[in-house]
Design a protein around this ligand. Structure first.
Ligand code: GLC
Length: 616
């Protein structure tokens, strides 16, 4: 599909649409809030699954049948224009049971390997497109300044050049050589812009003086019970996410914008606006950055999608909120609950002159151009989409295991304990996460926040160790017998977005007690962290002989055993400033914002670039 052909198809389609049909193309609804019949009747532009938006049963066949039903219905709408179905495939087709779950971006950043990132994105594209989905809301280009933010693990690191390189590789993997192929995914770079620069305490997503009202908030209800929500708020949930970011023009131009320029140059056609604000202006209403910079100056040819319900946050008056966002440059609204109301509102805004019809035409032209590039406006490609038996294939699981082995960073290694060689006796392994797929995957896995347990097929670190060693696995380190070597895995509980914001980064008392219990019983001790961000080591720094940051290794965490045993060499590097304590946060390497740390001072335990590389 050439650019000129796509433009021609888009123009031809646009001229056939009346105002309501054009506005319908700007409308994206979530799958539980609509039906194929409504999609046919209204002619929506897109349907999405939010985090955990799976069919029942949660199988690849059911996903494929659900998506095909929506797409088929859309082709029967008055316009006949197919929807494009979107999903957060951020570390594999991660809402779907049985999909290969790759390490989260924080681990891929530590590995720093573009080819690995590209291969993972290509495998993800094949598993996702096998279910009829052609759009992923990934990669995130986030650069967190304060890792108390619950989205830190979606970032490759505090290094704009690294983020740009890995994001470009990921976009190339998703989109392939020809975006019109049925196994190509439309990539989405997010959240534009400076989503990670939010200031601690600036989030207004949750009113801490009226927490009971949150029980009625459909998005927050995704946290499970209201009690579970209150428990997370008590630890700092929603202190940062969707808050206010501020910084110098230099910081914007040298840190946050370059990865977007790089991915636009690499042919990305979709950008998601950030919930956050930049220097006092909400990004969804930021005409200077959304339109004058992205579209006019950079000549971005694709379309901007809003985030989930983000437009509603712009004003208490729904019509004013829509007008602010669309006039600022948002092209498609992730409404996501009431598509008809959004269409009615925007049609009325155009009729009353508040939103120029030319703005609607620009938005729809961009959406249709992108759909044409995806091959959705022309005859189906001769190439068939992948069969669902590609999902969780041995080849993809081997790739995920390779990635899980190449993402851990070796922080400390006293007495060259690692890699474990010639250790004869049984290994004492403690910590639930050592043998738990859910904790190894983290957030955005099967459900929005992820959860502990056998949530999807996979392999664990214990499985990997047992391929070569006698392993005594004690989830709570509750035994008595001594061992030459002990390995304790400490994991954060899974979280997503603002649910993962925290007041501090300290390891828990339970974590410390477990390490102390095992320390008493072994000659040498390895501590492995499964976390979405750097954590304050505290006493663990002295109790352990070796310390490994394994991040969130995914469904094939047997790969962590591969690097501990020396089958794969430690090569990964830190891409974040690692805080020495929870006092004096944030810490990051950038001039132009509070918290810059450029050398080893009391605030940083380790700096970006740290990572020991013992001979395998
Ligand atoms: C969420 C996230 C965004 C995601 C979208 C759809 O709120 O902010 O990253 O792509 O909604 O799930």
């Amino acid at each position: 599909m050439t650019d000129s052909h796509a433009r021609r198809l888009a123009e031809e389609a646009l001229t056939k649409l009346d105002l309501r049909q054009r506005v319908a193309q700007m409308t994206q609804v979530e799958k539980n809030s609509t039906t194929p019949e409504e999609v046919r009747r209204e002619g929506y532009g897109s349907v999405l699954s939010g985090g955990g938006g799976s069919p029942t049963p949660n199988t690849s066949e059911a996903w494929r049948d659900m998506v095909d039903a929506f797409v088929e219905a859309s082709t029967k709408s008055r316009s006949g224009i197919p929807i494009v179905y979107g999903v957060d495939a951020v570390h594999g087709h991660n809402n779907m049971v049985g999909a290969t779950i790759f390490p989260h971006n924080i681990g891929l950043g530590a590995a720093g390997d573009e080819d690995l990132a590209r291969r993972i994105a290509r495998a993800t594209a094949r598993e996702t497109s096998a279910t009829g989905i052609r759009w992923t809301f990934a990669p995130a280009l986030s650069i967190p300044l304060d890792v108390r933010w619950g989205r830190s693990y979606e970032s490759y690191g505090q290094d704009p050049d690294l983020v740009a390189r890995l994001a470009v590789a990921t976009v190339q993997g998703f989109q392939g050589d020809d975006l019109s192929r049925p196994d190509a995914l439309l990539a989405c770079v997010k959240h534009f812009v400076a989503d990670g620069a939010i200031r601690y305490g600036s989030s207004r997503r949750v009113d801490r003086d009226a927490l009971d009202q949150a029980a009625d908030d459909a998005a927050l209800a995704n946290a499970g019970s209201h009690e579970a929500f209150l428990e997370r708020v008590a630890r700092g949930a929603w202190m940062l996410d969707q808050g206010d970011a501020e910084g110098s023009e230099a910081l914007l131009n040298e840190v946050f914008l370059p990865p977007y320029q790089a991915t636009l140059d690499a042919g990305v056609l979709n950008v998601m606006a950030s919930y956050s604000s930049w220097n006092g202006i909400r990004m969804h209403a930021h005409g200077d950055l959304l339109t004058h910079l992205l579209k006019d100056t950079w000549q971005f040819p694709g379309f901007i999608v809003s985030d989930w319900e983000a437009i509603d946050q712009l004003s208490d008056d729904p019509a004013q909120a829509v007008a602010l966002a669309i006039n600022a440059g948002v092209d498609m609204s992730m409404v996501p609950y009431d598509g008809v109301r959004f269409i009615d509102t925007l049609v009325e805004l155009v009729r009353s002159g508040v939103v120029p019809e030319a703005r609607i035409d620009d938005a729809v032209r961009r959406i249709l151009y992108t759909k044409a590039r995806l091959g959705l406006l022309s005859e189906p490609a001769q190439v068939q989409r992948p069969n669902v038996d590609v999902v969780g294939s041995p080849e993809h699981r081997a790739l995920a295991r390779e990635a899980a082995a190449r993402t851990p960073v070796l922080l400390e290694n006293r007495g060259d304990l690692l890699p474990l060689r010639g250790t004869s006796g049984p290994l004492l392994v403690a910590g639930v996460a050592a043998h738990d797929v859910g904790l190894a995957c983290g957030g955005w896995t099967i459900t929005w926040m992820g959860e502990e347990g056998d949530i999807t097929p996979g392999s664990t670190m214990v499985d990997g160790l047992r391929e070569h060693h006698d392993v005594r696995y004690e989830p709570a380190g509750q035994g008595e017998a001594r061992a030459e070597v002990g390995i304790v895995v400490l994991a954060e509980e899974p979280y997503a977005e603002g649910m993962g914001d925290r007041y501090d980064l300290n390891l828990s008392e339970e974590h410390l007690a477990l390490v102390r219990r095992v320390r008493e019983r072994v000659d040498r001790l390895v501590v492995v962290l499964y976390s979405g961000r750097p954590l304050v080591l505290g006493p663990v720094a002295d109790l352990a002989d070796a310390i490994v940051a394994a991040w969130l290794p995914g469904s094939e965490a047997a790969g962590v055993a591969d690097v501990l045993l020396g089958h794969v060499p430690f090569q990964a590097k830190l891409r974040f400033v690692w805080p020495a304590s929870s006092e004096g946060l944030p810490v990051h390497p950038f001039e132009g914002a509070d918290g810059v740390v450029r050398k080893s001072d009391g605030r940083a335990a380790y700096l970006p670039g740290h990572g020991l590389t013992p001979s395998a």
